[in-house]
Design a protein around this ligand. Structure first.
Ligand SMILES: Cc1cc2nc3c(=O)[nH]c(=O)nc-3n(C[C@H](O)[C@H](O)[C@H](O)COP(=O)(O)OP(=O)(O)OC[C@H]3O[C@@H](n4cnc5c(N)ncnc54)[C@H](O)[C@@H]3O)c2cc1C
Length: 413
């Protein structure tokens, strides 16, 4: 097995929100950081074709969680991870749930809110579809409000549909922004490498084994942080001999309710501009489909924990009766709101999911410092979130990344 020759203080595996935050924070303090990313670093064009390569490849990005029912889970593999294609909605973390695991990230979230945009869209930027659904919901008495967005509003364009395929105008903040900062601080980013396992010696991790263009390499560093996402980190840990990972996780399943209205032509607007959240049940938001002339609304539920990540990185998870009931209750509300907004016939999509997490749980596979059973091996991504709470997790993951970075700077030489 060939070895990488250069010396690093920290290896970060994966460049999604978790990995990118750690890489940025540590490189700012002059740590020599190596970021190993499976996907490419091609500049984001905001086209369907490019998105298909980064979030649409079956078996890599599109995983069938239930083959019979065709339930689909998607994840992005490129610098920035899924956040390149996310809807950019910034929900506050479940502070109290994290408190119960000895984790307080309130200060980190305050710091983040000073660094990156997290405000609701201005009225001028709100799209006609989202505004119509919000008005309809409010007419019916729903507490439907604008949502906080990771959007640089001075760069965002009205009538634009590209953000779902990756924003080419730098208007949608995503984890690539932190990776770019890390690289400008001196971090090394290597793309097109798949980390296979962690190399260990006794109770220490010594490095990682990876594949690049069919060849196997090893690279060593005193500290290793896995940020390969809700599926990727569990897969790597499994292959490294840990067995309390990759089971009983959440995916935040969703369905889309949609229908035509004669006077609205295209879905050319940002997704998730406004919505309504019922704690422990579901969150419902507008979800414009690029170039599609339909009013569409997402119903995303807090699912029961379950499922298993396979040794080959597949993701199997059946929904429970309780999950289906939540999806159906949410669809009932969506129908009312869409009909009140002028839709004659409301249809429902298949089940999707895009938030795999809780597969390497805090309090189980990692401690409250996000450390595994190995002294110098940490995990920082959606996989560590210990319980489902049914809301988009990016801001929480960024907060955990900041907190872990402080811990590493305080404890590692
Ligand atoms: C369509 C969509 C819309 C979404 N909308 C929102 C939203 O509005 N708000 C919100 O908060 N969240 C949203 N999310 C979810 C959010 O994007 C994810 O929860 C978040 O990106 C997870 O961050 P992460 O750090 O866990 O890792 P990920 O983003 O999953 O990144 C992991 C990275 O690790 C890499 N990797 C995986 N395995 C390996 C390996 N073996 N070796 C090397 N690299 C590896 C991957 O290529 C990837 O780049 C959305 C997701 C999708 C797909």
């Amino acid at each position: 097995m060939k070895a990488f020759q250069k010396e690093y203080d920290v290896i970060v595996v994966g460049s999604g929100p978790g990995g990118a935050t750690v890489a940025k924070e540590l490189s700012e303090q002059n740590k020599k950081v190596l970021i190993l990313e499976w996907g490419s670093n091609a500049p984001i064009k905001g086209t369907f074709l490019q998105a298909a390569k980064m979030i649409g490849i079956p078996g890599k990005n599109v995983l069938l969680t239930n083959k019979k029912k065709m339930h689909v889970l998607v994840r992005g593999t490129t610098t920035g991870g899924s956040s390149v294609f996310y809807c950019g909605t910034a929900f506050d973390p479940p502070f109290e749930m994290l408190d119960s695991y000895g984790i307080n990230i309130r200060n980190e979230i305050k710091e983040l809110k000073n660094e990156i945009p997290t405000q609701p869209l201005s009225d001028e930027l709100m799209g006609p579809m989202a505004s119509r659904m919000m008005t309809s919901a409010q007419d019916l008495g729903y507490d439907w409000q604008k949502l906080n967005k990771f959007i640089f509003q001075d760069k965002c364009k009205t009538g634009c549909w590209r953000c779902a395929y990756g924003c080419p105008y730098d208007a949608k903040w995503n984890a690539r922004n932190f990776v770019e900062e890390a690289v400008s601080n001196g971090a090394t980013l290597v793309n097109g490498v798949k980390v296979k396992s962690v190399l260990t010696d006794g109770n220490k991790a010594t490095g990682v084994k990876l594949k690049k263009k069919g060849l196997t390499y090893r690279v060593e560093a005193p500290t290793i942080v896995l940020g390969a996402g809700g599926i990727g980190s569990a897969e790597i840990l499994r292959k490294s001999g840990l067995d309390n990972v990759g089971v009983d996780f959440f995916v935040d399943p969703l369905v889309i309710a949609l229908g035509k209205v004669p006077d609205i032509k295209k879905g050319n607007e940002l997704q998730m501009q406004a919505g309504w959240h019922v704690k422990d049940e579901y969150v419902m938001t507008d979800l414009a489909m690029p170039k599609t002339p339909m009013l569409s609304m997402m119903i995303k539920i807090k699912d029961d924990l379950g499922g298993r990540i396979t040794d080959r990185g597949g993701c199997k998870k059946d929904l429970t009766k309780n999950d289906y009931k939540k999806l159906s209750d949410g669809f009932g509300h969506a129908k009312k709101i869409l009909k009140n907004a002028g839709v004659k016939r409301v249809t429902k999509s298949m089940v999707f999911a895009a938030h795999p997490g809780g597969s390497v749980k805090i309090g189980d596979a990692v401690n409250s410092d996000l450390k595994t059973e190995y002294d110098n091996l940490y995990v920082c991504d959606c996989s560590v979130i210990p319980e489902a709470w049914g809301l988009p997790p990016t801001l929480t993951i960024l907060g955990l990344g900041k907190r872990l970075s402080k811990h590493l700077l305080n404890t590692q030489a």
